[in-house]
Design a protein around this ligand. Structure first.
Ligand code: SAM
Length: 371
């Protein structure tokens, strides 16, 4: 047992952290990673090394650990605090990131001490659970990580009565996948049956094994928008809307929409804002350049770009994941003898086949039914 007279300073050996993160199935590279019990920072370091994460956010109740880590990693945002008493996440906006945390990496404290359970707030409810589960729930509540978490958990968290209620709540939106079983000797000074799990957001439980069969899928709504701005004929204006052409999709995926410098006062079809995914209409798409992002300000899509807009980042990333899982099939509907292209109708039909519904197409269908 990881017996708890201290606060569980059983740090993850770097080699174990690396091995676990190498097994994670992620939709895209996480830009911002957070560890809410960061200790010596080994999981954040592994996230940098293995997943290429660019920014680290860490919290730990141990001031000494944070002091040491601040010296070693002045570029990370590090906070002393008791996660279970926190009501707000620290600031998580970083340049070129998705205005939030992409992935949590956690090895939470396990020790209940003399207590049988702790009580935490999650989704407006009071939940009685183990300390490790409490830490996971509070971390999800505070950070709402786009791609969920990779966490070390005691085996009991997956089946105990104590954590049953919490598991049922998480089950609505997340799936647990075992990444790496750990030996009872993994943590120096502690003997515990534990494992690394990935807790990934799910709209569909079948995302990872998508067959093109809509009857098996949960349906995700999107709004498909065709860009309309002709690149050879638009008025540039420094205070206008950013113009997104297909050649800019890669730079947006790596550096965010702020990398676009072309702006216009011309207004054409395809003015969108909020959470979006973009694909070229002409020329084959590139998986590396296909990444959901947020723009508070309206952007203007060129006539070589197709956009999809979403009410929230969760839908945006679920659609990204589903499209990436069907990438070869997407490429096959780009046709033509010269530059390959896709039509909106063909794209909307294809989306339908993978369980993604275009709201505009649905409106047209319901309009027809009413006539
Ligand atoms: C098992 S260690 C994990 C450290 C690090 N994430 C790693 O994997 O090496 C747990 C850490 O949680 C911290 N901790 C314990 N209770 C906490 C709380 N309520 N809030 C924040 N950190 C806490 C401890 O100080 C310790 O550094």
């Amino acid at each position: 047992m990881r017996m708890g007279i201290d606060t569980d300073k059983y740090y993850t050996p770097p080699a174990v952290a690396n091995r676990a993160l190498e097994r994670a199935q992620l939709v895209s590279k996480p830009i911002v990673c957070a560890d809410t019990a960061c200790g010596s920072g080994s999981l954040l370091i592994a996230a940098e090394n293995v997943l290429n994460a660019r920014y680290g956010v860490g919290i730990d109740s141990d001031p000494h650990a944070i002091q040491q880590l601040r010296r070693a990693r002045p570029d990370w945002r590090l906070y002393v605090g008791d996660l279970l008493k926190r009501n707000r996440a620290p600031p998580t906006g970083f340049p070129g990131a998705n205005y939030g945390v992409d992935l949590l990496v956690l090895n939470p404290p396990f020790s209940l001490g003399p207590r049988k359970y702790v009580t935490v707030k999650y989704l407006g409810r009071s939940v009685k659970c183990s300390v490790a589960m409490a830490h996971i729930l509070r971390s999800f509540e505070l950070f709402r990580p786009i791609q969920g978490a990779i966490a070390v958990v005691p085996e009991s968290l997956l089946y105990s009565n104590t954590d049953q209620h919490a598991r049922e709540l998480l089950d609505h939106n997340f799936s647990f996948t075992e990444l790496l079983q750990l030996s009872i000797y993994t943590f120096k000074g502690a003997r515990v049956n534990s494992l690394f799990v990935q807790i990934a957001p799910q709209i569909s439980r079948r995302d990872s094994s998508i067959q093109i069969n809509t009857t098996q899928l949960d349906i995700i709504p999107v709004t498909v928008v065709r860009g309309g701005l002709q690149m050879h004929a638009f008025e540039r204006s420094p205070s206008g809307a950013r113009v997104i052409h297909s050649t800019a999709l890669r730079s947006i995926a790596t550096g965010g929409v702020a990398t676009i410098s072309d702006k216009t006062s011309s207004t054409a079809k395809g003015r969108i804002s909020g959470w979006m995914l973009l694909l070229p209409r002409v020329g084959l798409p590139n998986k590396e350049a296909f990444c959901a992002f947020y723009s508070r300000d309206e952007v203007q899509l060129s006539d070589c770009v197709i956009g999809m807009t979403f009410p929230s980042k969760l839908e945006a990333f679920c659609v990204q994941r589903r499209i990436v899982a069907n990438w070869q099939s997407l490429l096959s509907i780009y046709k033509g003898t010269g530059a390959r292209y896709i039509t909106i109708a063909r794209f909307v039909d294809w989306l339908y086949d993978v369980g993604i519904r275009d709201c505009n197409a649905l409106k047209k269908i319901s309009g027809l039914t009413l006539v």
